[in-house]
Design a protein around this ligand. Structure first.
Ligand SMILES: [Zn+2]
Length: 237
């Protein structure tokens, strides 16, 4: 029997992925444009404490990502995730591993042992849309291989630096063996697709208010589509 639209919307919750970057004070040499992406530890702690409540309130599944492989992932984020009984995915540019202020290979192993997922964020954090076909393919394959050697597990997820993606990037990521590409397009959605359009959390953001706003826009669109679908079914009957 075919499932109806309304049955589908009851049984399949929407997914929302919140994307964080560095946690704590931005380093002194931080580019001014990057500073708003450094979220205070207390702000992250507050979000994590409310994840389960927000899932119920908004009827969504909430996932957590941390981009750029900063050392704060290990020092600040991991203890907070453990305290809140949550897991997350960490996207690491492989050329930055073992650099000052960034994760070491041993810290990446610690994250995996604690049940976290590791994904590729390329090698040197250049925008994938700007790379030649050869360089894009090399970065995707090389970063995947390096992370798999460190973690001993298959690396299935990638997140695009700066969130920049195109159909060419999608094809290259599929060819390199990735199963999902995370962007920063800020649209909640179903979990089934290849693209995961995450919501980026900045310093001072009210995540609960962002979810209310984004989800009401999305659900209005779903209702419109449902109405249209039902009208078409009536016409076809
Ligand atoms: Zn990044």
């Amino acid at each position: 029997m075919m499932k109806t639209w309304s049955a589908l919307s009851r049984t399949r919750r929407l997914s929302v992925t919140l994307c964080f970057h560095g946690i704590g004070e931005a380093p002194e040499d931080c580019d001014p444009a990057e500073r708003p992406y450094w979220v205070p530890e207390a702000q992250l702690a507050e979000v994590l404490e409310c994840v389960y409540a927000m899932e119920e309130r908004h009827q969504v599944n909430i996932h957590l990502d941390f981009d750029d492989g900063f050392q704060s992932d290990h020092e600040r984020v991991l203890p907070l995730l453990k305290k809140a009984s949550l897991s997350a995915a960490f996207f690491v540019p492989t050329d930055w591993i073992d650099r000052e202020g960034h994760l070491s290979a041993d810290q990446i192993k610690d994250l995996v042992e604690a049940g976290m997922t590791i994904g590729s964020h390329g090698t040197d954090h250049r925008a994938w849309t700007e790379l030649s076909d050869d360089e894009l393919s090399r970065q995707l394959r090389h970063s995947k291989r390096v992370l798999e050697q460190i973690t001993g597990a298959e690396v299935k997820l990638a997140s695009a630096p700066y969130g920049f993606w195109s159909q060419r990037v999608v094809s290259a990521a599929i060819d390199a063996g990735f199963e999902r590409l995370h962007t920063c397009d800020e649209r909640p959605g179903r979990r089934a697709g290849f693209l995961n359009h995450r919501i980026v959390v900045r310093k001072g953001n009210d995540v609960d208010a962002i979810l209310t706003r984004k989800l009401s826009v999305l659900r209005r669109a779903v209702h419109k589509a449902k109405d249209l679908g039902e009208r078409l079914l009536v016409q076809a009957a």
